[in-house]
Design a protein around this ligand. Structure first.
Ligand SMILES: NC(=O)c1ccc[n+]([C@@H]2O[C@H](COP(=O)([O-])OP(=O)(O)OC[C@H]3O[C@@H](n4cnc5c(N)ncnc54)[C@H](O)[C@@H]3O)[C@@H](O)[C@H]2O)c1
Ligand SMILES: O=c1ccn([C@@H]2O[C@H](COP(=O)(O)OP(=O)(O)O[C@H]3OC[C@@H](O)[C@H](O)[C@H]3O)[C@@H](O)[C@H]2O)c(=O)[nH]1
Length: 386
């Protein structure tokens, strides 16, 4: 049966230039495009470990529909040609790990702003559609967090729900370099918007709110550097796998809403296949029903991991740590992130489905299956060499 868009029109097969296709989100998007659509993907990245299972030249039903190009977009003259060959460009490439924002601020700004410039320019000059990945961090802190602790207004959604077309972007001072990422993302959003307004660029901007699931980041010492600090899902998974305490930065009081990667990918597919409804829009993509403090996240992951691994929890499963000790000088944090869903609901009729418990259950089952043996081996080697 012919696939149709939300308005009942048949969907034409597209060629998609996906930059950063080898990362967490890219790998899930490639998987979805291969298994459920006829679209072709030119997959650009410096790594391909997370999509290698899709690239096998023989024996896969989508044989030939995905092509990997090992390209660093900072300096590769093939970029424009690949964008020209495609109907649509999706840019996911970025440094997007908080541990880097205040320790490698220059790389962070270059990656999220300067390196994205040619992509925007080539799309605009060649009249190609662009879906650009920004972040919920462009909102920064909520207005509510500046109110007195006992102010009843803190309970009023107007003071904390984040709306694409209404909410201000509130960052900390320049010396809090944590905000360099958010600021670079905000400026590239403004540039894309201006290209749309002045030169007619067809664009969609995505603001992901803590998408999590299998293949997110790395487990230090197993498939990433031993001293590396990934995002919170991988930090907590690593601690659980090693039977270490989960570290709560500044007491784990910050709040986040987490969404299952597979729900979020459904939203991206709707944007890809419904350009008339998605062009010119900025979309929050998150799950407002899955809000927890980081402390509650740690407790829930501990409880689920006991069930998944069959091993009892540590007597004291968490430990508090200061942000200075964990991330270094210049760290700051978003206090609370609840996405408003009005625009994406209206344009694409999309809603997230998976509860936090269910998404952590499937993700920790994957983490245990993928890493438990490897961790046991490295830990027993380390003990033997003592
Ligand atoms: N995962 C989330 O919850 C989340 C939240 C907010 C924003 N985002 C945004 O979504 C995008 C993808 O995030 P992710 O979670 O998949 O991160 P990721 O780090 O897993 O993926 C990014 C990919 O981009 C590649 N890349 C970086 N610089 C490159 C370059 N110069 N040339 C070629 N490839 C390069 C990396 O190798 C990596 O594979 C990023 O722009 C990020 O800022 C993600
Ligand atoms: O071991 C840890 C790791 C992290 N944390 C805390 O957990 C919270 C979430 O941290 P993450 O590393 O997942 O990153 P954040 O939610 O702060 O930002 C992320 O969200 C939006 C995206 O653009 C980026 O991928 C990233 O910046 C923060 O409050 C952090 O301080 C811990 O308490 N312990």
């Amino acid at each position: 049966m012919a696939r149709v868009d939300l308005d009942g029109n048949p969907i034409k097969p597209l060629t998609i230039c996906m930059i950063g296709a080898g990362g967490f989100i890219g790998s899930h998007l490639c998987e979805k495009l291969m298994s459920e659509t006829p679209h072709k993907v030119l997959a650009l990245d410096v790594y391909n470990d997370k999509i290698r299972h899709l690239l096998d030249p023989e024996g896969l039903p989508w044989n030939g529909r995905i092509q990997f190009h090992r390209i660093n977009i900072k300096h590769d003259s093939r970029l424009e040609g690949l964008i020209k060959m495609s109907d649509l460009t999706i840019n996911l490439a970025a440094i997007c790990t908080p541990a880097d924002y205040n320790t490698r601020p220059l790389d962070t700004i270059y990656s999220n702003f300067i390196d994205a410039l040619p992509v925007v320019k080539y799309c605009s000059e060649n009249n190609k559609r662009l879906i650009h990945f920004s972040t919920c961090e462009v909102y920064g802190k909520t207005i509510g967090c500046f109110l007195p602790k006992d102010s009843p207004l803190r309970q009023d959604p107007d003071y904390y729900v984040l709306k694409e077309d209404v909410s201000p972007c509130i960052f900390g001072p320049i010396e809090k370099q944590r905000w360099s990422y958010a600021c670079a993302k905000q400026l590239i959003e403004r540039l894309i918007y201006a290209e749309g307004a002045e030169n007619g660029l067809e664009f969609t901007i995505v603001r992901p709110f803590n998408w999590i699931g299998p293949r997110m980041d790395f487990i230090p010492g197993i498939d990433g550097p031993s001293e590396g600090v990934p995002r919170v899902l991988a930090c907590f998974s690593n601690a659980l796998l090693r039977r270490e305490q989960l570290k709560l930065v500044d007491g784990g009081q910050s709040q986040r809403t987490f969404i299952y990667i597979k729900d979020a990918i459904e939203a991206v597919l709707l944007m890809i296949e419904n350009p008339a409804r998605a062009n010119g829009h900025i979309f929050n993509v998150g799950n407002p029903n899955n809000e927890v403090t980081v402390r509650q996240l740690a407790e829930m992951m501990t409880e689920i991991y006991v069930k998944v691994s069959g091993e009892p929890a540590l007597e004291v499963p968490t430990v508090d740590i200061s942000s200075k000790e964990f991330y270094g000088e210049g760290y700051d944090d978003s206090d609370k992130r609840i996405p408003d869903m009005t625009i994406i609901n209206k344009q694409l009729g999309w809603n997230p489905k998976t509860s936090l418990w269910d998404l952590l259950d499937s993700t920790l089952t994957y983490q245990h299956r993928t890493y438990a043996e490897a961790i046991k081996k490295t830990m027993s080697k380390a003990t033997a060499s003592k």
